[in-house]
Design a protein around this ligand. Structure first.
Ligand SMILES: C[S@@+](CC[C@H](N)C(=O)[O-])C[C@H]1O[C@@H](n2cnc3c(N)ncnc32)[C@H](O)[C@@H]1O
Length: 441
């Protein structure tokens, strides 16, 4: 699978992922140069005429009033009292469509400079197909589990890679199991989760899959302790590159990466790839947030530009963190306030391979280690800009550009995304797909 599906990769650490030409353009906004030129010449002719006849000023006033009316209608369409876009416009801050990535988007480097083979066009096609599927989900309100963005990302990646076996660690009520099942109806799933999803059925909606081997309840085994050789044998899998692993168990991702590598797996998805200063476990994003990475590293000086921008942005985005939250003692910013967290923040010091608090040098070494085993690193972008989804949580300044950019309401509507409740867009935390291989000694 991996050779076949991942050979058409090309080099770029931080690709301009969703720039035009890939079907990402909204028809309504598509530029037709000839039309534009025609408009200008008509406008110029009208202007000349009005100037000559003296009707210019009343006409300009009329035009201005019409323009303001149209604008206010747009705002009514997309705004609520909590809408970050209208709030930002009101306070005179920059438009969110130019906002994405303005505080840096750290990106783990692939050892070969490889990246994914799918394009924006593929993602848009996938979105069109997935929206009606998502509307049939058995767990309507999946609070504490995945929302729309990540459900789409997982479904898309599974469908693209077409593995022979899917493994998930952290199932909760079973929404992600259901998503995997929608991607590949006939492939087996292995699910590791302390509480069996069937337990949730007693209280409300949950999903239990008929072709899934559960290591749950009294049979629960942690991913790092399972004998994967036996499990693979039972499923008739000899090529581990035909297995996709989905982690949504809030464990230190470096720990999980090392465990997956040791077992010989190659394709991993981490659901909660938390940004630096946030989250309850050490994430790939945090690990790769280094000064030598474009958009990486931080300043903990209270008078820095970063401090000022962060303070301002915190007013608008629930998950934005200011310098006080980002930085720990001694200006330590890596991880969360200089700490490596694990297991839903039940451990937050030296939880992996050292018996002391993590140092910056170790954090740096971790990033070098990750790079040494990384073939592909790809963060799922948000599905659409906040003026469309009305999401109020993630700060666009730390994210890659969305698949459907702000302003492309026509496209958003055509994809069926207007039919979904706003709340399903609030759970984006940079889900990431990794392809890994062991270092050659
Ligand atoms: C955020 S929820 C998963 C949400 C789910 N994937 C979804 O889409 O709805 C995290 C889950 O991880 C489980 N968990 C906790 N520790 C775990 C471990 N060591 N291995 C696997 N799952 C674990 C929790 O019990 C919980 O069900």
């Amino acid at each position: 699978m991996s050779g076949e599906m991942l050979e058409r990769v090309h080099s770029a650490r931080r690709p301009a992922q969703f720039s035009g030409g890939e079907g990402g353009s909204d028809d309504e906004n598509d530029g037709d140069e000839s039309k534009t030129k025609k408009h200008i010449s008509v406008a110029m002719r009208a202007n000349n005429y009005l100037t000559r006849t003296g009707y210019l000023w009343p006409c300009l006033v009329l035009l201005l009033v019409s323009f303001l009316l149209i604008r206010s209608r747009n705002l009514v369409c997309v705004s609520s009292s909590y809408d970050p876009v209208s709030r930002m416009r009101f306070f005179g801050y920059e438009e969110p469509d130019s906002d994405f990535g303005s505080l840096g988007v750290p990106w783990c480097r692939s050892k070969h400079g490889k990246t994914i083979e799918w394009t924006t066009k593929d993602l848009l096609k996938g979105l069109e197909e997935f929206v009606p599927i998502y509307e049939t989900r058995p767990i309507r309100n999946n609070m504490y589990g995945m929302g729309f963005d990540h459900s789409f990302g997982l479904w898309f990646i599974a469908r693209w890679l077409k593995p022979d076996l899917m493994i998930e660690s952290g199932a909760f009520k079973g929404h992600s199991t259901w998503v995997l099942r929608q991607a590949l109806p006939d492939k087996p799933i292995v699910s590791l989760t302390p509480r069996h999803p069937e337990k949730y059925l007693k209280k409300g909606p949950a999903y239990v899959d008929g072709n899934c081997t559960y290591f749950a309840g009294k049979d629960f085994v942690d991913f790092g302790s399972l004998n994967w050789g036996n499990v693979m044998k039972k499923h008739g899998i000899s090529d581990l590159s035909r297995v996709l692993i989905f982690f949504d168990d809030h464990q230190n991702e470096l720990k999980r990466l090392k465990q997956a590598l040791k077992a010989g797996f190659r394709h991993l998805v981490f659901e909660d790839n938390y940004d630096t200063g946030t989250g309850d476990h050490y994430s790939l994003r945090q690990i790769c947030d280094q000064f030598y990475i474009r958009g990486g590293g931080h300043s903990c000086f209270k008078d820095s530009d970063e401090a000022r921008i962060r303070t301002r942005r915190k007013k608008f985005w629930e998950k934005a963190v200011d310098i006080v939250e980002l930085c720990g003692p001694g200006k330590a910013w890596w991880g969360v306030k200089g700490h490596m967290r694990d297991d839903f923040n039940h451990h937050n010091k030296a939880i992996t391979y050292h018996n002391k608090a993590i140092t910056y040098a170790e954090h740096f070494q971790n990033s070098r280690f990750v790079e040494s085993v990384l073939d592909v690193y790809w963060e799922l972008p948000p599905v659409a800009g906040p003026s469309l989804t009305h999401q109020t949580r993630y700060d666009p300044a730390r994210e890659p550009s969305p698949i459907v950019e702000d302003g492309k309401f026509g496209l958003f509507q055509r994809l069926g995304l207007t039919r979904l409740e706003n709340s399903v867009f609030n759970g984006y935390t940079q889900m990431v797909y990794l392809q890994i291989s062991a270092q050659k000694s």
